[in-house]
Design a protein around this ligand. Structure first.
Ligand SMILES: Nc1ncnc2c1ncn2[C@@H]1O[C@H](COP(=O)(O)O)[C@@H](OP(=O)(O)O)[C@H]1O
Ligand SMILES: [Mg+2]
Length: 256
């Protein structure tokens, strides 16, 4: 079976949105909280995504944060890379909108489709080139007009302050790799920088969406992000407005 690019993009968007709806239902209707809520959400979303991908794309392989790694993916022509719930910590915390569902498709060395759902905001972004108007909602209104550099709230990189200084910006914590990447896509932030640990599913779909929007995406040494590796550890990442690439990489490349 072969599929057009728009069919894969539509499926990625549909699945991310529907998994996000399930996560909202688990969050509001299960009566669970804390770790149990996170685990139930992970399980429910992962089961759904795997079942739909098996039904709709039976020839493709899947790499999911929540499922055993099927190494046949290393010789497969098409691999879906999914994070059923990114920002588990925030999902478990009432009032947070910074959690996401990631669905990406890798083929022949590239990300060829991707979708990031922000279920609490009722929005799903796909790897579309249509411009996205600046929109607030993930972050509180800024105190001033300095560009925001979003970083992990729990594990900010050591270079956060130096990167912010290099772009005349302000360090801003936010949960979830997908939510941070979409803050840049939405124009709420100018850059997302990370180091110290992450996996392919944390960044694949966010990067597919951000690249389609003309944002620069790469490693902290300026090299490209490579997906569907044997070892799925992909510990660092930059997603930024293209004009900020040089000043940011100038700082981060000294932290390898
Ligand atoms: N040092 C680290 N090691 C491993 N994973 C990390 C990490 N820092 C962040 N991550 C992962 O990246 C995602 C975003 O994290 P953060 O909100 O801190 O920016 C989370 O994914 P999950 O929620 O899917 O586990 C988190 O687990
Ligand atoms: Mg994740």
């Amino acid at each position: 079976m072969t599929f057009e690019a728009h069919e894969d993009r539509e499926l990625a968007g549909e699945l991310a949105t529907a998994a996000g709806q399930l996560l909202l239902e688990v969050r509001s209707g299960s009566g669970l909280e804390g770790k149990e809520l996170g685990d139930a959400g992970d399980r429910r979303s992962d089961d759904f995504l795997l079942a739909r991908l098996a039904a709709d794309r039976p020839d493709d392989l899947v790499l999911s944060e929540e499922s055993a790694d099927d190494k046949r993916r290393l010789i497969a022509p098409r691999v879906w890379i999914v994070d059923p719930l990114d920002g588990t910590r925030e999902y478990r915390t009432p009032g947070h909108a910074d959690w996401a569902v990631h669905v990406a498709l890798w083929s022949s060395g590239k990300l060829i489709a991707g979708a990031v759902a922000l279920p609490a905001l009722g929005i799903t972004y796909v790897d579309d080139t249509a411009p996205i108007a600046p929109v607030a909602g993930l972050l509180p209104d800024p105190a001033d007009d300095r560009p925001r550099v979003v970083v992990s709230g729990s594990r900010p990189p050591a270079f956060s302050d130096e990167v912010a200084e290099a772009v005349g910006g302000v360090v801003t914590p936010l949960g979830s790799a997908g939510a941070k990447a979409m803050a840049v896509v939405r124009g709420e932030a100018a850059a997302y920088v990370h180091a110290g640990g992450q996996y392919e599913w944390d960044s694949a779909a966010p990067v597919a969406v951000a690249q389609a929007q003309g944002l620069w995406c790469g490693r902290i040494d300026g090299s490209p992000l490579v997906y569907n590796n044997d070892n799925t550890y992909l510990p660092d990442l930059i997603i930024c407005r293209p004009e900020l690439t040089d000043p940011i990489v100038g700082v981060t490349s000294r932290y390898l």
